[in-house]
Design a protein around this ligand. Sequence first.
Ligand code: PMV
Length: 350
Amino acid sequence: MEIAAILNKPFGWRCSPNIAIVKYWGKLPGQLPASPSVSMTLDQSATETTVWFTDRLKVVEFEFDGNPAPLFAARIRSYLESVSGLLPWLLQVGVRISSRNNFPHSAGIASSASAFGALALCLADAHKHLGLVDGQQFYPLASRLARLGSGSASRSVFGGFALWGETPSVEGSSNLEAIALQPVHPVFNRMHDMIVVVSDQKKQVSSSAGHALMNRHPFAGARYEQARQRASLMPDVLAKGDLETFSRVTIAEGLGLHALMLASDPPVNLLHPLSVEVIQLADQFRLQTRLPLAYTLDAGPNVHLLYPEEMKPEMDRFSREYLAPLSGTVKIINDFCGAGPQPLSVQNND
Ligand code: PMV
């Protein structure tokens, strides 16, 4: 291994956030999940990150949107230390990182998955350039590195749908890294995510504090078993294009996550009155049209409406008619199922 091979070369990746279908909520030491989770990676929203390795030993510089961000740099420094067991050469270099999101911070989209996904891909890319990982192990390594930054980020290094966490019926599933779920029926490959942003306030509860609530949660055991069962359904649901089961599980998971938070000690209420209103409108629409519109929420108030391409005309009508009373109070971001991360064109290191 010749460290000079990676010095002062740009390693750049674009990575999108994901929306969890089966939620990861509760963790074990070592950033391991207490139960498996499944998500869909988005397309339009993305973080773009470029990393340069320098000879300024252990110096970590981080700029976000072109401006130095020393607070983030401190978090990245401890992250880099935490992955140096997997990438020992990191102890021999300095790191300069430039990152930007193409979605506004106020969009209410969790950015840690795309941020750590993009950074992990850059690190894995350098590892590959040093001849330390082959093409086949590249994404598993990137997923493992991403997981150590943010659990849900482990799933963002794959396009389509990904599963993270040991699931006996799913071959290759692991707590250490996510895997892509395949095959996926075309109805899911063209899944839309209409994000109804009801609040762009900063998260009231950090995700680590949220996961910690599960440590002494009275329903933890039942919840983990439920997540295992639901995760084990997903390969078949996705392969068969079973929209009914998909929407039933997606809705139950989004509402169930908030139910768990409400039943925590102390109780945490991250719902906004408008979240409830959007959910009720979606329920009315489902009842009136009998269409399998799915919706979910992560640990925040914004509602993700998931629907297949075939439902687009009906969903345009949903926006026009059902959401009309909320116009001016909510913001809509339209995204869809993505094909996965892409190397940035700055890359000239092959
Ligand atoms: O990756 P974290 O630690 O930010 O946790 C993410 C938790 C949820 O977004 C609520 C669920 C999930 O599986 O993404």
